[in-house]
Design a binder for this molecule. Structure first.
Ligand code: URP
Ligand code: ZN
Ligand code: ZN
Length: 460
């Protein structure tokens, strides 16, 4: 099967030019002007459109047992949603409980994707306990191609690890050449503030943010950076929401710590007033770290424009409003944390970033695709438009305008955090390894075609 994409404006993290792309089989075979192809080749006219490398979401939750329930998507709904929104690779957090064996957990998480996903996928391996048995299994998992870990300095009593485990996880990561992604909040301080607020009768979703203030996230980042400095490990701060946390990571980079920063789309476009909506509607906007005071938004956009923030993910974690978020009706600490956005990330980043003049097209591609590929050992197979790269391509129509709505979304969740929001531009054709998987908001692909992406450590 061949595909010829004619006259598109090709945008990568560094380039911007008009050319044709010839795809043969699963890879890009040629890039040039006036390319021709065999008679059975599908020709797509991309005149007036952008051609981006397939976008990579470096932070999603699909199978997620969490806070007494399960996130709503499976790989059918999540990969369809990803594709119509231009995302062709998902990196899921594998989050075992402390009682589970890492290998068994990895096999369980992988089994949820294999045979069902329409996008390629891989995992950050959650280290929720570190002892001799876990260490042995983690070594085995890295040799099977899982080249990144995930740790939580939050969720005490669930996924969270203590400082001895943190130190030993980072030592192992350094030895194996594995990057460690980290949720940074001071767990003890969160628990204390939660207890005080609930005791004072402050039980609504609007008190979620005050229970996890910016200082608690900043403290978490500083803590991680101290341990990264001591061990020499490469670390990646996930879902960075605020000025203090960005500065803490930036200061560590300045003194030579191998640190990178992710933010996620909700923090760039939402602010804490959404979680203050009346009649419990604010629960739709409860995630951790919380969506912040609006003064943080321009700071995050600036850090993105300067490429101090490397990636924009989603932290996609969908829980229904109707019967899951309501678990916390009388106590905000019981509201399942998470905002669904895997379908909307790229459209929102384009509309609120590129169209609004906050970031340029190259930064958009870098943050939405290329940096994740580089940091997590997928480049240049993914995140690039080069001869030999996987033909994961997004032909993007900048002239489209439309609205986001739960009624039309692919995500299996009963609300949209962006209901009625206007978007400008959207993916028109999306390919994964040379096959068209989505067209103009519709999934037209093949479930189960997605492949597990084994990755090499030591790619920095
Ligand atoms: O609120 C969030 N972020 N939910 C998903 C779990 C996590 O912390 O990433
Ligand atoms: Zn997290
Ligand atoms: Zn997460």
């Amino acid at each position: 099967m061949s595909l010829l994409i004619k006259n598109g404006r090709i945008i990568t993290a560094n380039d911007d030019y008009v050319a044709d792309i010839l795809v043969q089989g699963e890879q890009i075979a040629a890039i040039g002007n006036d390319l021709s192809a065999e008679p059975d080749t599908e020709v797509i006219d991309a005149t007036g459109k952008y051609v981006f490398p397939g976008f990579i979401d470096p932070h999603v939750h699909i199978y997620l047992p969490f806070m007494g329930t399960y996130a709503k998507d499976d790989y059918e709904s999540a990969s369809k949603a990803a594709l119509v929104g231009g995302t062709t690779t998902l990196i899921e957090m594998c989050c075992p409980s402390r009682a589970e064996s890492p290998i068994e957990a990895f096999e369980l998480w992988r089994s949820k994707a294999e045979g069902l996903s329409a996008v390629d996928f891989t995992f950050h391996m959650g280290v929720t306990k570190f002892d001799d048995a876990a260490e042995k299994e983690l070594r085995e998992l890295v040799s099977r191609g899982v080249a990144s870990f995930k740790i939580f300095l939050a969720y005490q009593g669930a996924f969270g690890i203590d400082d001895e485990e943190l130190f030993n996880t980072l030592k192992l990561a350094k030895e194996l050449g594995v990057i460690v992604t980290a949720h940074c909040e001071n767990a003890t301080a969160v628990s204390q503030l939660q207890a005080e607020l609930i005791a004072a009768g402050k039980t609504g979703p609007e008190f979620h943010e005050p229970s996890r203030p910016e200082s608690i996230e900043t403290s978490g980042v500083n803590h991680l950076m101290t341990f990264a400095e001591l061990t020499g490990a490469h670390v990646y701060v996930v879902h960075t929401s605020c000025d203090g946390a960005v500065r803490a990571a930036e200061r560590a980079r300045y003194r030579g710590v191998n640190a990178w920063i992710e933010t996620v789309i909700p923090y760039l476009v939402l602010d804490k007033t959404y979680a203050e909506k009346p009649d419990f509607e604010g629960a739709k906007y409860v995630m951790s770290p919380p969506i912040r005071d609006i003064r943080n938004q321009p700071i995050l956009w600036d850090a993105l424009r300067n490429r101090l923030i490397s990636t924009v993910g989603t932290d996609h974690a969908p829980f229904d409003f109707g019967d899951q978020k309501t678990m916390g009706k009388d106590d905000f600490t019981k509201i399942p944390n998470g905002i669904p956005s895997v379908e909307d990330r790229i459209n929102l980043l384009y509309t609120h970033g590129v169209v609004a003049g906050k970031i340029d097209l190259n930064t958009f591609v870098d943050a939405g695709s290329t940096q994740a590929a580089k940091l997590f050992g997928l480049y240049p197979r993914k995140g690039a438009i080069q001869i030999g790269s996987d033909a994961d391509l997004v032909i993007f129509d900048p002239e489209y305008s439309g609205k986001i709505s739960a009624e039309t979304q692919q995500m299996n969740v009963d609300y949209s955090a962006f209901e009625g929001w206007e978007i400008k531009g959207r993916p028109s054709v999306v390919t994964v390894r040379g096959e068209v998987q989505a067209r103009d908001g519709e999934f037209v692909g093949t479930l189960g075609r997605g492949q597990f992406l084994a990755r090499e450590p030591n790619h920095f």
